[in-house]
Write a protein of this length. Structure first.
Length: 186
């Protein structure tokens, strides 16, 4: 009987992931305002009852989506840091490349993530999920200077927001000097 229960759990987790991915696609295309149980179900190709079974409220769905975004970004940053350390790099090239990717090919996803974070500013119940990204990043990155690290994070946020409103996304080469400056505060 246990094997049968495990199979249901795996299918349930797979369905939750499909729903979250559909939610992100809707936010990329239509913004948070476009997210309803019905639109998510249609995007995922599943019955609406499935979305409400896994996420009773839209807040539950948005929180799960925020957490998934934080987890995915933290994983990406972790591997970027690992690659930089293995190369003996200070990380500026890797961070600039990551930002250029976020503002170019992954622009829609970056806009969706920021829209979710900004929604958390208006909806206190979403704030813990939005702060999770910073908590994860802070726990992964060794930093001796708390102020310098916060300046770095604020600078990265600023570069991303500015890049999202640019007509042409900045390249890694254009971002590199700014990232280098943020990594080595004077």
């Amino acid at each position: 009987m246990k094997q049968h229960a495990d199979g249901r759990r795996v299918r349930g987790e797979k369905r939750r992931t499909e729903i979250i991915e559909a939610t992100l696609r809707i936010i990329e295309r239509d913004g948070v305002a476009g997210v309803t149980h019905r639109t998510v179900a249609k995007e995922a190709g599943i019955p609406t009852t499935s979305t409400t079974y896994h996420f009773a409220s839209l807040d539950d769905l948005l929180i799960a989506t925020l957490i998934a975004c934080a987890r995915d970004m933290a994983t990406e940053v972790y591997w970027m840091i690992d690659r930089a350390r293995s190369r003996g790099s200070g990380g500026a090239d890797e961070v600039a490349a990551l930002l250029a990717e976020a503002l170019g090919p992954r622009r829609g996803r970056t806009m969706a993530e920021y829209e979710l974070y900004l929604l958390a500013a208006r909806r206190p119940e979403l704030r813990p999920a939005a702060r999770r990204w910073l908590d994860v990043l802070t726990s992964m990155v060794r930093h001796d200077d708390e102020v310098a690290f916060r300046v770095f994070l604020a600078g990265i946020d600023g570069l991303l927001i500015q890049g999202l409103i640019d007509d042409e996304p900045p390249t890694a080469e254009e971002l590199r000097p700014v990232v280098d400056y943020l990594l080595k505060p004077r």
